[in-house]
Design a binder for this molecule. Structure first.
Ligand code: BLA
Length: 321
């Protein structure tokens, strides 16, 4: 089947699934309206991700310290649930669900390929409160996407999929170019107020994007060239150090888990590899953050926020702004 046809078939299959899942949720909602609020909002995303990965490859548990599996925060009510797997092509697949049993839900699902593969890093990062959803869904590129070869290899066929969803889930607020560097032309970066419709579209987008990533993984063959493997490893290391140091979720994790446990959780679990994939440190990759005393500037962005519009056109080329 032509790739474009394959993806439009995928979209329509998943739209049916979304309709079915809407019906199911409607029944649940009418049965227990008072309990629903936004509880368990992202559980089915995590279940889908893990089940779907299982359909494509043999995943087995990634060794994780027991203390990171099911945590209760300092407030005594917020729960943090994690799962972690690996496979022949996947170095680390992990899922984090945070639920404060009231107004805040977080879903952070990422898949890091083994360095023999230059596959993008799968990234679903959703932060939701009763009023606001902050959403990043992407196949984060290992190499900047003005690398035409990389763009063609992984994104050109996915542009129709991106176009469909980025119309339904339009560009969020201004964003810093430092984040943008890690995003691909198919990124869904959006913010929306509580909306059942948008949440269902997001579920459909998550299913389609993750299925697309798994299909790319199926087709991928291991790199034999040691220099290229090293370069894939370094690109992943840079990404991990960026997120382990500057991810906007860190202040909340610190509030929930305290300084010491949140730091361990970030470097050993969430961004596993940040301390082990290479010898370089954050400032080697991002020297602009170096303070006069040699420490890392605490600012989240040195470049400041810009890019108030989607900076790629329909064929995935960067538009000069
Ligand atoms: C906000 N999270 C954001 C934003 C982005 C991301 C782009 C909004 C813009 C910004 O403030 O930078 C996510 N940024 C990413 C991702 C990449 C990146 C995925 O560069 C990848 C390269 N987020 C979490 C967790 C929590 C969380 C675990 O992952 C909370 C426990 C929260 N994200 C969170 C919050 C905000 C946010 C609270 C708003 C922060 C603010 O406005 O200051």
């Amino acid at each position: 089947m032509e790739v474009a046809a394959k993806y439009s078939a995928l979209i329509s299959v998943n739209s049916q699934q979304v309709q079915m899942s809407c019906k199911r949720r409607f029944h649940m909602r009418s049965r227990s309206r008072s309990r629903m609020r936004i509880s368990s909002l992202y559980n089915e995303f995590a279940e889908f991700g893990i089940q779907e990965a299982r359909k494509h490859t043999h995943i087995h548990p990634f060794p994780v310290e027991d203390k990171f599996r099911n945590m209760t925060a300092i407030d005594g009510k917020t729960t943090l649930h994690t799962e972690a797997f690996q496979s022949s092509k996947i170095r680390f697949l992990r899922s984090l669900l945070i639920d404060d049993n009231d107004s805040m839900k977080v879903f952070d699902f990422a898949v890091f390929p083994k360095p023999e593969y230059d596959l993008p890093i799968f990234c679903a990062n959703f932060f939701s409160t009763v009023n606001m959803n902050i959403i990043v869904l992407d196949l984060n590129p290992l190499y900047v996407t003005h690398n035409e070869e990389y763009k063609k290899k992984y994104y050109s066929n996915l542009m129709p999929l991106a176009q469909k969803y980025t119309e339904l889930l339009p560009w969020g607020d201004k964003i810093t170019s430092e984040s943008l560097k890690f995003f691909s032309p198919i990124v869904i970066w959006t913010k929306f107020a509580a909306s059942k419709y948008k949440q269902d579209v997001l579920y459909s987008a998550f299913m389609d994007y993750f299925t697309a990533w798994l299909n790319l993984m199926d087709e991928s063959t291991p790199e034999k060239n040691a220099v290229k493997i090293l370069s894939n490893k370094e690109a992943q290391h840079q990404y991990l150090l960026w997120r382990a140091t500057k991810d906007p979720g860190h202040p909340i994790l610190k509030r929930l888990l305290g300084d010491s446990l949140s730091e361990e959780f970030i470097s050993d679990f969430l961004f596993n590899g940040a301390l082990t994939l290479g010898d370089k440190r954050f400032l080697d990759f991002f020297p602009e953050y170096k303070c006069a005393d040699g420490t890392i500037n605490k600012k989240r962005s040195m470049a400041g926020k810009s890019f108030s519009k989607r900076p790629w056109n329909e064929d995935g080329s960067l538009i000069e702004m």
